[in-house]
Ligand binder design. Structure first.
Ligand SMILES: N[C@@H](CCC(=O)N[C@@H](CS)C(=O)NCC(=O)O)C(=O)O
Length: 261
């Protein structure tokens, strides 16, 4: 098994990459036995983080119960115990860790009797490529389409932080981004070509059944669905049909979170 060096990713949607942290808990957090996941939350309890959705779906795939703890961007004190500045943070018994790829790996190795997220070493390697493509190409293309809509739907307590950090990262104001949304949607559609091509012939990205490769990509669309009314994909597109199938998984888990209107 190889380990994936995330420093090679171009991560335009994320804060400065931080090292993966795994912390052995010594304090009160370790007493709880149910798995706990800290995740981002917007206004009206919108659970929108694409990185957290990956883990929500990975847990559902493994049949593991978990408790989800909401957190605003400006409540990072909640995850300081795990030495992390980003979510998801997963707490399982005495272990607390961040980095969605490492959490998926941890779940795969710690719960091997549950359905596999990667379907073997070859599947894990291909899923690693999907992870890199999602982080370096898909998420950056999508964020240019939906960032102003995200701003409109986060908790007002996060507005100043979000505006300052994102305007610095993208070198333009949120208002300027709002004006270029239709160009961004057209550019994004081009980035979707490899995904559309594979979904013309395959029901799932992972093959016969959905697995972590599907969750990585779906989570990006779910982020947009929850935070933006923009039509990224339209009915009749193979990506739209696959997204519908994904929304139905696990008794409609994805669909049970309201879409932005
Ligand atoms: N490489 C991390 C990225 C996680 C990440 O960027 N999470 C976002 C939420 S979607 C976050 O915590 N952002 C905090 C911030 O922007 O201050 C992973 O895969 O878990």
């Amino acid at each position: 098994m190889i380990s994936i060096d995330r420093t090679d990713d171009v991560i335009l949607t994320e804060p400065e990459p931080t090292a993966m942290t795994t912390v052995t808990l010594k304090n009160r957090e370790r007493r709880q036995m149910t798995i706990k996941v800290y995740e981002l939350c917007g206004a009206e309890d919108r659970r929108f983080s694409p990185f957290c959705w990956r883990i929500r779906l990975a847990l559902a795939h493994k049949g593991l119960d978990a408790e989800f703890e909401p957190m605003c961007f400006t409540q990072k004190d909640k995850i300081a115990f795990a030495d992390s500045k980003t979510v998801p943070v997963l707490v399982d018994g005495e272990t607390a860790m961040n980095e969605s790829w490492d959490i998926a790996d941890y779940l795969e190795n710690t719960y091997p009797e549950a359905p596999s997220l990667f379907c073997g070493d070859a599947g894990r390697a291909v899923t690693g490529f999907i992870n890199a493509w999602t982080n370096s190409t898909l998420n950056p293309a999508l964020i240019m389409c939906v960032l102003p809509d995200i701003y409109d739907r986060i908790d007002p307590m996060d507005h100043a932080y979000f505006r300052e950090s994102r305007e610095k990262r993208f070198g333009m104001t949120i208002e300027a981004m709002r004006e270029t949304q239709s160009d961004a949607l057209a550019r994004c559609d081009g980035a979707l070509t490899p995904l559309r091509t594979i979904l013309k012939s395959e029901e799932w990205i992972a093959g016969d059944a959905p697995a972590f490769a599907d969750y990585l990509i779906f989570s990006a669309f779910q982020w947009c669905r929850i935070m933006s009314p923009a039509e990224i994909v339209k009915a009749g597109d193979p990506i739209y049909d696959w997204r519908e199938r994904m929304l139905d998984l696990f008794n409609g888990l994805g669909r049970s979170f309201e879409a932005a209107s």
